[in-house]
Design a protein around this ligand. Sequence first.
Ligand code: TPP
Ligand code: MG
Length: 221
Amino acid sequence: MLKFKKNIVKNICFVGFMGSGKSILGKDLSKLYLREELLKILVNLLPNKSNIISTTGILSRELNEILDKNKKKLNNFMCVGGMGHASAIATGILHEIESKKIICLDGDGSILMHMGHLSLVAKEHYKNFIHIVFNNSAHESVGGQPNNYEVVDRNKLFKALGYKENIFIKNISDIENYDFKNLVGPVYIEIEVENSSNKNLMRPDKPPVENKESFIRKIHE
Ligand SMILES: Cc1ncc(C[n+]2csc(CCOP(=O)(O)OP(=O)(O)O)c2C)c(N)n1
Ligand SMILES: [Mg+2]
């Protein structure tokens, strides 16, 4: 029988990444805008009743808290626990309902984890697919470990995947320039953010099944 001499993962393995680590290419990930700040701005720019699929991890918790506080009416499904599946859910909905804009708020690690189904974009040319990736070059939600997103040429990648436009946002003012209501997809929007978050965020108070049912009910509003 296989026996391990010691712990497979050293106890201190992740220490040092929390919050302010460097990216794998050495970029300081602590001096950018906080994802939560940019999410607040984005929420204000999105048309009322927008349909949003948000990725696994802290992004969804931030969005949940923002929507709870400001009462803006956005229809949000949180992809709890299923890292990498938010964009598959978004494109799956577009297969059935072509006429509704679906905004997918995603993470860089999630894109890397399940990129395969994005080949459908090249095939189906979803004009209502708005794919917004909050890039912190790390798995921020689980400790901030850097990943390889930074070394991938996203401009070439998303062009090859059939996206009509790639937009790279580095400043808050750049976000405000986009008219989200009239954007034509498939479009990839990358927003550079810091590798950290508020650790006292509230958690969603409803189970995922209820979230799903409420999302489906409101999708046509
Ligand atoms: C299939 C799967 N693997 C791993 C996890 C644990 N997990 C949840 S969020 C996360 C990191 C996600 O990274 P990214 O998409 O870059 O989002 P960020 O946390 O940086 O906002 C991980 C590893 C999970 N929920 N599901
Ligand atoms: Mg990330």
